[in-house]
Design a protein around this ligand. Structure first.
Ligand code: MN
Length: 299
């Protein structure tokens, strides 16, 4: 048993991830909204949550999970960050709440398919198994309501091709960690002044030419690989850049992340696909509330 599995097991048998041994009788720290008020979709894809890190935006994800529901849900990798957990154990109550909500969904009848990524690759050894209604798979083929076939995978499979030098991945990792810390400070400041959530790396990525080049290379390589497998499109995560575009006749979808982009990919009941930007949804909700308040005061 490696260190990460051991941490996970220790946690399950008593530590901070205590309640899951008695999941049916446990309750989340942050109470759930009524399930009847949720927007329904045929399918939801989320990835790159990075539970176990300070970067994880668990509060926004909890808000998302409490406002939407679906027949099927894909967890497209890097759900738990084993790399970071191995260095330092970090597991606040909100992270427990995310896991609780995901398991609860499976229990209520959503078909949950978990495709581990590189940060939670320790779970890949359980490929083919089902845990409490969560099916662990290496990849999947999703058929949309209108019959298109989409390959679903995390995306780190292409690192060897997209990253010419392995060490670049680690430099990128350190730089990314720094940027995430900066992002937290910027947004703590913005929250204090009642400003909406702002994504630093979304702006940085759009400015840095190399990052743009890397992202478009990744997108093209993934789409090409999907095309050669004879599917209509591909859904992945990994690079924390939500996207939806046509690449030489192949639909390329990236569901983004819950570190700072806070996005999800959804399929409507007619097969139509949409990227949800949850920070925008929360801002729109707050605005609608304040408009309602002003109208009430004026009446
Ligand atoms: Mn990844």
């Amino acid at each position: 048993m490696d260190a990460v599995t051991k941490i996970a097991m220790d946690g399950l048998s008593g530590g901070t991830i205590a309640d899951f041994a008695d999941f049916a009788n446990s309750h989340p720290a942050i109470p759930e909204r009524a399930t009847s008020e949720r927007r329904r979709y045929r399918t939801i894809w989320i990835s790159d949550i990075h539970l176990g890190t300070r970067g994880c935006n668990a509060d926004m994800l909890i808000d998302f999970l409490d406002h939407v529901d679906s027949e099927r849900m894909y967890l497209v990798g890097d759900i738990i960050d084993g790399w970071r957990l191995k260095k330092r154990f970090y597991w606040p109550a909100a992270h427990n709440d995310v896991v609780w909500r995901l398991l609860k969904r499976a229990k209520r009848g959503t078909e949950v398919i978990y495709i581990p990524g590189n940060h939670d690759e320790v779970m890949r050894q359980f490929t083919g198994l089902d845990f409490g209604g969560v099916a662990i798979r290496r990849k999947a083929i999703h058929e949309t309501a209108d019959g298109r076939r989409l390959l679903v995978l995390h995306g780190d499979e292409f690192d060897a091709i997209t990253l010419a030098h392995r060490w670049l991945a680690h430099v990128g990792d350190v730089a990314y960690e720094f940027m995430m810390a900066l992002n937290r400070w910027v947004n703590a400041y913005r929250r204090f002044f009642n400003l909406p959530y702002w994504s630093l790396s979304k702006h940085a990525k759009a400015k840095v030419k190399n990052a743009v080049q890397f992202i478009s290379n990744f997108e093209e390589i993934v789409a090409q690989a999907a095309g050669s497998r004879g599917v209509d499109g591909v859904v992945c995560g990994h690079i924390h850049t939500a996207e939806f575009r046509d690449i030489n006749g192949i639909e390329y979808y990236n569901d983004g992340d819950w570190v700072e982009g806070c996005t999800a990919l959804v399929e409507h009941f007619d097969g139509r696909m949409e990227l949800l930007h949850w920070a925008d949804e929360i801002a729109a909700r707050a605005k609608a509330r304040s408009v309602a308040k002003i109208e009430m005061m004026a009446a």
